[in-house]
Write a protein that binds this ligand. Structure first.
Ligand code: AMP
Ligand code: GLY
Length: 422
């Protein structure tokens, strides 16, 4: 079988390493992949937004199955285009990917179907948004409607910050078209939980829960990033919360999408906040999370490609999806300066015996050597029976990897350990 994976980050590396385990898979192509992924797949330099190029490649190379991992191609309709060319795919079509592509859409969906989320208003008119700020309490949350590389959310502590945020998004153009419409929503408090779920539009199978660490520095200081590390399972996601999520959030969301004529097939990411009044949806993503995937897939016992194909063929209910009882920790090693300016091109050394634990995100091959080429360079994952050992194990592997200007958080999982009382 020839499998194509669209994307080129740590998440895609984790997906590729899992898919490789399927004995029917002969070759995996990554578009565009990266220098580290090149050890596990054939990387082809076609960008994730080049839908025409992706489809031409798939047709020209006899691809049997395609996995579209990042948000951009999903929102642009890569799955529709591949399916139109007769290639079975994992991932939602364009109509369903809007659940991430437009926050205005997802908020409206939740309101219409009674799915718990923060109270909000949507604005396309800057003056109306600004006068609404006279009526809210602070902190308040300002969100750009469209995709903004995970940066389109501003928590404004006071009115002046909120006014700045609205102006910079709506007329300042900081997020381009994505910020022309904004959502102003109630500030929620509580621990955050990420839950990725397989769904074929009828049946929903939540995966093991996880916890992201979004701020750049220890103690949750510094700027928001794409994610500096993850652990799984998330101790705040108790059996009781899990049941509430299934009946009040997961199933209602799948059914709502179906009722709207936007049946969602693929991996639906629920970003949840466990508030005093129960779990509420902070955001939906139409894809696997990064770096959540790097702790969730190593705990998946069932063959990933088999589950994905069951999703595509709408027979997920027949598929038994099992996770191991253990814990996982992923520590991201980044380039000093990330998420702002950083230097690239430093050689990375990874001992051979730990390559299986490493998911490469931002690295390129130069003269046969792996060199840094991005902000988040790689993730190192360790699974163990208990969380404490997984964390220790991940950090002991981090110490074996070297590149100039490397930095990472030292406290991935610390909050989770406190919550567990370990
Ligand atoms: P999002 O891109 O929607 O996931 O938001 C990024 C981060 O902003 C979330 O992970 C939360 O930490 C925070 N956030 C988003 N919405 C809210 C809210 N309504 N109340 C409090 N924090 C929020
Ligand atoms: N880790 C958050 C995301 O993938 O959007």
């Amino acid at each position: 079988m020839k499998v194509l994976v669209v994307g080129g980050g740590g998440r895609e590396h984790a997906i590729i390493k899992s898919v490789k385990n399927n004995k029917d898979v002969d070759v995996i192509y990554a578009l565009p992949g990266n220098g580290g992924i090149a050890s596990d797949a054939i990387c082809v330099d076609i960008g994730t937004k080049d839908i025409g190029g992706i489809v031409d490649f798939a047709k020209g190379n006899g691809i049997d199955y395609a996995i579209v991992a990042p948000d951009d191609p999903l929102v642009l309709g890569a799955v529709d285009a591949l399916e139109a060319a007769g290639i079975p795919c994992f991932g939602p079509n364009k109509a369903a990917a809007i659940i991430e592509g437009s926050k205005a859409f997802s908020k409206e969906l939740m309101k219409k179907y009674g799915i718990p989320t923060a109270a909000y208003e949507t604005f396309s008119d800057e003056e109306k948004a600004l006068s609404y700020l006279d009526t809210v309490s602070f902190p308040t949350v300002i969100k750009a409607d469209g995709l903004a590389l995970g940066k389109g959310v501003i928590i404004a502590g006071n009115k002046a910050e909120a006014v700045d945020a609205v102006r910079s998004m709506m007329s300042g153009g900081v997020f381009g078209e994505s910020g022309k419409r904004v959502i102003i929503e109630e500030f929620l408090e509580g621990p955050e939980v990420s839950v990725l779920a397989f769904t074929d539009g009828r049946c929903v199978v939540p995966m093991v829960s996880s916890m992201d660490h979004k701020r750049a520095h220890d103690g949750d200081e510094g700027l928001n990033t794409g994610g500096m590390g993850t652990i799984a399972p998330n101790p705040y996601y108790t059996d009781e919360i899990k049941e509430i999520c299934m009946s009040k959030i997961f199933l209602p969301t799948i059914n709502a999408m179906k009722a709207e004529g936007r049946t969602f097939k693929g991996c639906l990411y629920f970003g949840l906040m466990i508030t005093k009044n129960g779990p509420k949806v902070i955001e939906y993503n139409c894809r696997f999370g990064d770096p959540e995937t790097q702790v969730v897939l190593p705990l998946l016992k069932t063959d990933l490609l088999t589950v994905m194909q069951a999703v595509t063929e709408e027979r997920l209910s027949e598929c038994k999806v099992e996770f191991s009882q253990g814990s996982a920790c992923c520590v991201i090693m980044a380039s000093k300066g990330y998420p702002e300016k950083y230097d690239k091109g430093f050689e990375i050394t990874i001992p051979d015996e730990i390559k299986d634990n490493v998911y490469v995100a931002g690295a390129a091959l130069k003269d046969g050597k792996l060199v840094t080429s991005g902000g988040r360079v790689l993730g190192v994952t360790k699974t163990e029976e208990c969380l404490e050992d997984a964390i220790k194990g991940a950090y002991s592997l981090v110490e074996k990897i070297h590149f100039e200007n490397a930095f990472y958080r030292h406290d991935i999982g610390a909050r989770a350990l406190l919550a567990k009382g370990e």
